[in-house]
Write a protein that binds this ligand. Structure first.
Ligand code: ATP
Ligand code: MG
Length: 577
């Protein structure tokens, strides 16, 4: 493509509404324009990146045996009534009526539509398994659309659905998609991690989020430093922590009261008694499904409410009110300890607490704490379990190497649905024995438009985008510094044609602009390989080039420019390996 006849409206400054780097660069590089809140048009240069992302997804889905379909974006309410989500989905679902006063919505996802499709098509076990996907525009009326493409209201998603006879088949489908997703993001040259997204408390892991690592990500993940030998990574809120290998079985001196006037917090008590916070027990009181519960942690740790809730199988869990604290401890908030609680039968201790048998804790008396509290001798602990948040310094629960904390952007999600929709919507098949069974489903999403934003969020510098070659709208840009110079034009045309012959996506900057403008634009739009052809250097028999990711300019021989080009094109690809 010649820049002079294409439409790439670059901007010197990003509009002030753009907060994050990808949003700024998408606007400045002339890739997208805003229509209304959370809704964007794709311009030619942007659309090329979007299509590249979609095609990489398509290729891997097809290779994994999934087949592409295209479902409508308008969906009738009846199907959502059947699944129970018409009520549950809330305001993210954009609802409207047609002229006959019938209810519809714009599809935020397609479980209902695909389940309806399949239940009308499939009746025999012989037709299963089936795996179908589409790449289609979704609408979610997000409460706070933000960060441009990252959280739009309208966005492009690949959503896929698998249908299997039994759990074994469904697991196979799940892991095939997991593998396909890893291939997708590897082939996009993105730095990513598949992250365990369920609590792990109910059997195997059947939900993974795929995260592109970027400092600006909204999610924090704990990832094993031994990647890729160990692939463990989990959302921090979901990261399991193993029981300690060392347990303290030593004798603890007799428990004694100490005065701690007005010292309520762990920090205040630690300072007052001149001990480290990790020597103090944190006793948190809750009411879970109407019953009081105490949770014990080391003073410097944070409780993980999801872990505690799962452990208790609780439907509802709330912090005890100051009145309830008074009732359970006979003291105001700040002096609770696990040894003489009133009417609290469930006491869950974080298993890390097994590492010591000598604690400082609240005394259940106003302005008092106790020293030398032994959890084994002085308390009735219901259970030692993993109930805290992972922190920097923790070790990988799978391999024991150090964990590191990274920020990530969720670009994909694979999920074993089981029979949630097939049961509600009666999607069944008849097996070999003539018996009716419910189909087991899985669903698999990739935010295709979010991938483009995440890619830029991960790959940029102060001058603009650094597109990895697989997602770059063009892989090569030929910059003509002297459009009035015959020899320069000829050289540019020669290499431009050569790239086209080799099926390399090439943009030829043939505009009548100053070199400075062209250099700035080329850096901004981030095409991985810049070929710079000017009169002065050509007179010396050389052509300059720059691999955008490596920044420094180098030279090749103008005489053998085609074979030299092959080499630097390879050099550019290698820079991304
Ligand atoms: P999030 O937690 O970010 O809202 P989600 O859990 O709602 O995501 P899914 O329903 O699993 O997302 O959708 C599949 C994929 O679609 C996500 O992994 C994400 O990449 C993308 N996606 C979801 N919501 C948006 C949005 N508002 N804008 C752009 N992409 C989105
Ligand atoms: Mg969401």
């Amino acid at each position: 493509m010649r820049w002079s006849s294409s439409y790439i409206p670059t901007l010197k400054e990003a509009p002030s509404e753009a907060e994050v780097i990808s949003h700024k660069l998408l606007l400045r590089a002339g890739m997208i324009r805003k229509l209304t809140s959370g809704v964007y048009s794709w311009l030619p240069f942007g659309l090329r990146a979007l299509n590249k992302a979609a095609n990489i997804v398509r290729k891997e889905m097809n290779a994994a045996g999934a087949q592409e379909i295209l479902m409508p974006s308008v969906q009738p309410a009846d199907l959502w009534e059947e699944s129970g989500r018409w009520q549950k989905y809330g305001k993210e679902l954009l609802r409207f009526k047609d002229r006959h006063d019938r209810d519809y919505c714009l599809g935020p996802t397609h479980e209902e539509v695909i389940t309806d499709l399949l239940r009308n098509e499939v009746n025999s076990y012989r037709q299963l398994p089936i795996n179908l996907y589409q790449i289609q525009t979704k609408f979610r009326d997000e409460i706070r659309p933000r960060f441009g493409l990252m959280r739009g209201r309208e966005f492009l998603m690949k959503d896929g659905y698998s249908f299997d006879r039994n759990d074994e088949g469904a697991d196979k489908s799940y892991w095939a998609m997991h593998k396909a997703y890893s291939n997708v993001f590897t082939n996009m040259a993105l730095n990513f991690r598949p992250v365990e997204a369920d609590s792990g408390s109910i059997g195997g892991n059947f939900s993974h989020e795929f995260m592109v690592l970027a400092e600006t990500g909204e999610d924090t993940i704990a990832a094993c430093t031994n990647w890729p030998q160990c692939t463990f990574a989990a959302n921090v809120e979901r990261c399991a922590i193993n029981a300690p290998t060392h347990k303290d079985n030593s004798e603890c001196p007799a428990m004694e009261l100490v005065e701690t006037p007005n010292k309520h917090t762990i920090e205040e008590v630690a300072e007052f008694l001149n001990v480290a916070p990790q020597k103090i027990l944190k006793t948190l009181l809750f009411v879970a499904d109407g019953k009081p519960v105490a949770a014990l942690l080391r003073g410097d740790r944070e409780l993980n409410l999801i872990k505690l809730t799962n452990l208790l199988h609780a439907d509802e869990i709330e912090f005890a009110t100051p009145e309830q604290v008074m009732q359970y401890t006979n003291a105001p908030v700040g002096f609770a300890g696990p040894h003489s609680l009133i009417g609290v039968e469930t006491i869950i201790a974080d298993h890390e607490l097994l590492e010591s048998n000598d604690w400082i804790a609240g005394a259940n008396k106003n302005d008092m704490h106790v020293r030398h509290l032994s959890l084994h001798r002085d308390c009735k602990i219901t259970q030692f379990a993993d109930i805290r948040n992972a922190q920097e310094g923790d070790i990988c629960p799978r391999c024991g190497n150090a964990l590191e904390f990274k920020k990530g952007i969720e670009v994909g999600h694979v999920f074993k649905l089981g029979t949630k929709y097939s049961e509600a919507m009666h999607a069944v098949y008849v097996d070999e024995n003539g018996k009716e069974n419910t189909i087991i489903m899985g669903c698999y999403g990739i935010g295709v438009s979010r991938v483009v934003a995440a890619c830029i969020e991960q790959n940029n510098d102060e001058n603009g985008i650094l597109f990895p070659p697989p997602l770059a709208p063009y892989e090569v840009i030929i910059i003509n510094l002297d459009p009035k110079n015959q020899a320069v034009n000829e050289k540019c045309e020669e290499l431009y044609t050569y790239c086209q012959e080799k099926n390399i996506d090439v943009l030829y900057d043939d505009r009548e602009e100053r070199p400075g403008v062209k250099f700035k634009d080329a850096d901004l739009i981030g095409i991985p390989l810049q070929i710079i052809i000017g009169g002065k250097s050509l007179d010396k028999g050389v052509i300059e080039y720059k691999i955008r990711k490596l920044s420094e300019k180098k030279q090749i021989d103008a005489e053998n420019s085609k074979s030299e080009f092959d080499k630097i094109y390879q050099e550019m690809l290698n820079a991304w390996k």
